[in-house]
Design a protein around this ligand. Structure first.
Ligand SMILES: Nc1ncnc2c1ncn2[C@@H]1O[C@H](COP(=O)(O)OP(=O)(O)OP(=O)(O)O)[C@@H](O)[C@H]1O
Ligand SMILES: [Mg+2]
Length: 483
């Protein structure tokens, strides 16, 4: 399916017509050319996925065109068609950027093999763009913990992973929802197929549809080329719809159709595309409540919630805190090359009495910070873990006290001016941004909608930033009002 439009560049009319027919029989959209110039003309007008190139053409060598194609950012995969079965020619073609070659005369089966290779290769290339480094590479893939809730979660993953059912993972920010999603994927029969993630909260509203479903060339200003959406790229594999609560009603309707029918159209396109994907969705808002508030379609909720997997907050499994802290200490001392002996008892005690509004991510960030600040061969203690002066547990859930758990730098008061005087150290933009956000929240007494207005950012951006800082979004019910 990643291959749709194909050019046949061949000057021998009989072979050209034959190949064209073979491709059309397989439902490809085929254009043909008998000269390099004609092929270039086609390439300038539309996006093609594959080109069959004859070697000797009236206006030059096919390999010249191949070399020229390599300089383009968007280019079709190229298959050389040649009557000359020499090894040297094959090597030359590959060097010039061909992906495969066919030797004349070729059979229908040979065409099939080449097309299958091209389909697979093209999907791998496209999927690869989305395999970015993420935080899980640092933190590993294992779900750590031995508490009852984590044991139950692991059992659930073992049972649900191998099934194909749609899964909805619900839990507060930083509880490990994505880790659970990846674990489900690895347990499933599709473990070797693509795993494509889309963070619905991170994509601007006007682009989200195209991210999901792709677009045709010219579908909107700036759509210079056809582009596959994440659903298409995930074909045969799994798609992770991260923060699903954040999609607009319009996109919710389209998602419902994909979940029901496994089909959709690209933005600006009329062809219906069918996909076979396993859907895993996550949310850190109670989706049932969004449904009650009529912000989230109930039918979509039911479609997603086939198998609900709740991920418990860290405060409900405090038994896991020491083992998680220890594991993070080992990881971060390796990563930063700092030798740390261990965590002092009072440090562990302090960690155990904290209520972790930012859940495992907060613990992870805290330990990383402590490791970086630690003396070579030292112990992480109450002070380095920055919990010393913290408010009593429970209070952390109120916004006003949140800055205490996202440690401000030494000597800094939360209400301090955002910009210092000339003799003070210069702050990074990220730090300035963080301070401005907390300043606004203090100003609005924790009302996020209001704070977002003052900051002139969307409530969604604000929520994302707070997630980054490890602040729970559980109680920001006021957020919905602003959207
Ligand atoms: N049980 C666990 N064992 C080890 N690491 C964990 C565990 N739970 C969470 N983590 C780590 O904590 C961090 C946050 O986890 P993750 O991104 O999965 O949370 P999330 O629930 O998706 O959060 P958000 O809602 O903010 O997206 C990650 O680095 C993850 O590897
Ligand atoms: Mg997540």
């Amino acid at each position: 399916m990643p291959i749709e439009k194909i050019i046949v560049l061949e000057d021998d009319m009989i072979i050209r017509k034959h190949l064209e027919q073979q491709l059309r029989n397989r439902r490809y959209d085929v254009a043909s050319a008998s000269t390099i110039a004609a092929a270039q003309e086609l390439l300038s007008k539309d996006t093609f996925d594959l080109i069959f190139v004859d070697v000797s053409l009236p206006d030059g060598e096919g390999t010249d065109l191949l070399r020229e194609l390599q300089t383009r950012a968007v280019r079709p995969l190229a298959v050389v068609v040649t009557g000359n079965a020499s090894v040297q020619l094959a090597v030359d073609c590959m060097k010039a950027g061909a992906f495969d070659y066919l030797i004349k005369p070729f059979s229908s089966e040979q065409i099939d093999v080449t097309l299958k290779k091209a389909e697979d290769f093209s999907q791998i290339l496209k999927v690869n763009q989305f395999l970015t480094r993420d935080e899980h590479e640092d933190s590993g893939l294992e779900l750590i913990g031995q508490s009852k809730p984590i044991e139950r979660l692991r059992n659930l993953i073992n049972r649900v992973g191998p099934a194909q059912a749609t899964v909805l993972i619900q839990g507060e920010s930083g509880t490990g929802k994505e880790l659970v999603a990846r674990a489900l994927f690895r347990k499933g029969p599709r473990a070797g197929a693509p795993f494509i993630k889309l963070n619905c909260a991170a994509v601007p509203e006007n682009l989200i549809e195209s991210e999901f479903f792709g677009h045709e060339r010219g579908a909107f200003t700036g759509a210079m080329n056809k582009r596959e959406g994440r659903f298409e790229l995930a074909h045969g594999g799994t798609i992770l719809l991260d923060e699903i609560s954040e999609v607009s009603p319009q996109v919710q309707a389209k998602l419902l159709r994909v979940l029901q029918e496994r089909e959709f159209e690209r933005v600006g396109g009329s062809k219906t595309i069918k996909v076979d994907v396993r859907v895993i969705a996550t949310t850190n808002r109670r989706l049932e409540e969004s449904v009650e508030r009529k912000e989230f379609r109930q039918d979509l909720f039911f479609r997603l919630n086939v198998v609900p997997i709740p991920v418990p907050p860290l405060r409900d499994r405090l038994d896991d805190v020491p083992i998680l802290a220890h594991e993070f200490m080992l990881r971060f001392s390796r990563k930063h090359g700092v030798r740390v002996k261990g965590i002092a008892d009072e440090g562990i005690k302090a960690l155990m009495s904290h209520s972790w509004p930012g859940n495992v991510r907060e613990l992870q960030n805290l330990v990383e910070h402590a490791v970086i600040m630690s003396d070579e061969g030292g112990m992480l203690d109450r002070e380095s873990l920055r919990l010393g002066a913290g408010p009593t547990p429970g209070e952390f859930r109120n916004f006003e006290t949140a800055p205490a758990i996202i440690p401000l730098h030494a000597g800094e008061v939360s209400g301090a001016p955002v910009l210092g005087t000339a003799d003070q150290p210069v702050l990074s933009l990220a730090e300035l941004e963080r301070r401005a956000i907390f300043h606004a929240l203090e100003h609005t007494k924790g009302n996020r909608t209001h704070a977002a207005k003052l900051l002139e950012i969307s409530i969604r951006t604000l929520r994302n930033k707070l997630n980054e800082y490890g602040v729970s979004s559980r109680e920001d019910t006021d957020a919905a009002v602003g959207e």
